[in-house]
Write a protein that binds this ligand. Structure first.
Ligand SMILES: [Zn+2]
Length: 101
């Protein structure tokens, strides 16, 4: 008897649900937000919670800007949309998983 995946109904050997879950988890969204006093922040969303603090440090160092991690998101001071993708790729994130809004 074949094991059937409860999620998609396919036999386990054809099921890609686990792979899809990982891809969804790995999606990173980058967008700009207006903060207090009309300052622009670059928000990076979707970083693995275990890595968000280290990633914040690496981004701040690479982009030479201030920033914090808050609620699992990275908040960087200033507009870094143009460079943040390359920095994330340099940290090992997959280019195809990074959405720049
Ligand atoms: Zn499945």
């Amino acid at each position: 008897m074949t094991d059937i995946c409860p999620k998609c109904g396919l036999p386990k050997e054809l099921c890609v649900c686990d792979v899809l879950d990982k891809e969804v988890e790995g999606k990173i969204r980058v967008y700009l937000k207006k903060a207090k006093f009309d300052k622009i922040m670059t928000i990076v969303e979707g970083i693995n919670p275990d890595e968000v603090e280290d990633t914040t440090k690496d981004l701040k160092r690479s982009l030479a800007c201030g920033g914090t991690s808050k609620d699992g998101m990275v908040e960087l001071q200033g507009n870094h949309k143009a460079r943040v993708k390359n920095v994330l790729i340099g940290l090992g994130y997959k280019e195809g998983n990074i959405d720049i809004a």
